[in-house]
Ligand binder design. Structure first.
Ligand code: COS
Length: 381
């Protein structure tokens, strides 16, 4: 299998690496410390045409593939995982369901605005009582003349309050499990959709994550995405691709931690020589490098299958599981290389550890990824 990048993917890497170095790196610490939503970085990404990477050119996007998207998310996450998360949710689970399941009218209405970055997207599946068991939603969508009335609460919604579009799942047949769920496209200014205060989190500062309340939220028939009862499968398919983005975010966290650890090991002197000349540090760096590369290749493999139109549910789960576990381990190890300095907030090591933890939890916990992998390998009869 050829793991080299195409000339187009190389060009994208150059572009996004430059964007991340020039724009994201200098802002990363302030975004974290002030828990500040990086609207300026979203706008700059939009200027470079990066908000619609996966959207076809006919709808105003760049028409690029999932490997290019993974490279984009990785490069941003090397410096600021929270900004990478915002861009990932927008471009992946926020936008892709319309690409795959939207009517022509829905595509024309939403995709150009999403691709230009004028509208930011969010994905609303999880509820206070329906996390891993995503088929048992309590939010209801009751039919009324010309549309639906939605009531319920969504939780842990990335880009909540910033998004102009929520791709949201609700039960049209409560109690019917996966078959009773329907997807809707809800505008951020719908008066029946209200966003709670941003959660104060352990990490991913800057990323707006909050509850979304639906109170007699009126949604037109034309804003239903796909058919009634198709919503769970739409959400699962979106998450398959979304997990490639989360893997890429984890690869970026790991690569950033590794880069800093190598630079520090070269420069920090103890016992009369750079600490990088001690085998205990060399072992750490070698292990970190191997795991980072393995995580990237798993991510690209899942992305390549997705781009080839082949099944990739298992590969995306494998990539997400491995990459996010690796990022947790690698960010901790890199912090250890920095010793006492790693523990200080003025260095990026502590932030990376705090940010890495989220990857093992969101877009399906790593326990759910194992379940997805095992079921795919040995389906129940
Ligand atoms: N793509 C398309 N369809 C899928 C699918 C996928 N990846 N995964 C499942 N489906 C389909 C199944 O084929 C099944 O349809 P059929 O009955 O027609 O075959 C239907 O959806 C129900 O699937 P399943 O029985 O596997 O559903 P479960 O309730 O057992 O749930 C898990 C499966 C646990 C994998 C799912 O609920 C899940 O991913 N949970 C985590 C949710 C998550 O990631 N949340 C984070 C949200 S972002 S903050």
């Amino acid at each position: 299998m050829d793991l080299s990048l195409s000339p187009e993917q190389e060009d994208i890497r150059k572009l996004v690496r430059d964007f991340a170095q020039r724009e994201v790196k200098p802002r990363a610490e302030a975004i974290d410390h002030r828990d500040e939503f990086p609207r300026d970085l979203v706008d700059k990404a939009a200027e470079l045409g990066l908000m619609g990477m996966l959207v076809p050119e006919a709808y105003g996007g760049a028409g690029l593939d999932h490997i290019a998207f993974a490279i984009f998310i990785e490069e941003v996450a090397r410096f600021a995982a929270s900004t990478a998360g915002i861009l990932d949710v927008h471009g992946s689970v926020g936008t892709e369901p319309i690409l795959h399941f939207g009517s022509e009218e829905q595509k024309r209405r939403w995709l150009p605005a999403l691709a230009s970055g004028k509208t930011l997207a969010a994905f609303a599946l999880t509820e206070p009582e329906a996390g891993s068991d995503a088929a048992h939603l309590k939010t209801t969508a009751v039919r009324r003349n010309g549309g639906y009335t939605l009531n319920g609460t969504k939780i842990f919604i990335t880009n909540a309050g910033q998004a102009g579009l929520y791709t949201l799942m609700a039960a049209t047949r409560p109690g019917a499990g996966a078959d009773g769920i329907t997807a809707f496209l809800i505008a951020g200014d719908n008066p029946g959709l209200n966003v709670g205060p941003r959660f104060k989190k352990m990490g991913l500062n800057g990323s707006a994550i909050a509850e979304v309340h639906l109170e007699d939220c009126l949604v037109d028939e034309r804003d239903r995405l796909g058919e009634e009862g198709q919503g769970f499968r739409i959400a699962m398919q979106a998450l398959d691709s979304g997990r490639i983005g989360i893997s890429a975010q984890a690869v970026g966290l790991a690569q950033g931690a590794l880069d800093d650890a190598i630079a520090y090991a070269r420069e920090r002197q103890q016992f009369g020589k750079p600490i990088g000349e001690f085998q205990s540090i060399q072992n750490k760096i070698a292990d970190m490098a191997v795991k980072t590369r393995a995580a990237r290749w798993l991510t690209w493999k899942a992305a390549a299958l997705c781009d080839a139109g082949q099944p990739f549910t298992r590969e995306a789960a494998m990539a997400k599981l491995f990459a996010t576990d690796a990022a947790m381990e690698i960010t901790l190890e890199a912090l250890q290389v920095f010793g006492g300095y790693g523990y200080l907030e003025e260095y990026p090591m502590a932030r990376r550890v705090r940010d890495a933890k989220a990857g093992q939890i969101y877009e399906g916990t790593n326990q759910v990824q194992r379940l997805v992998i095992a079921r795919d390998l040995a389906p129940a009869r």
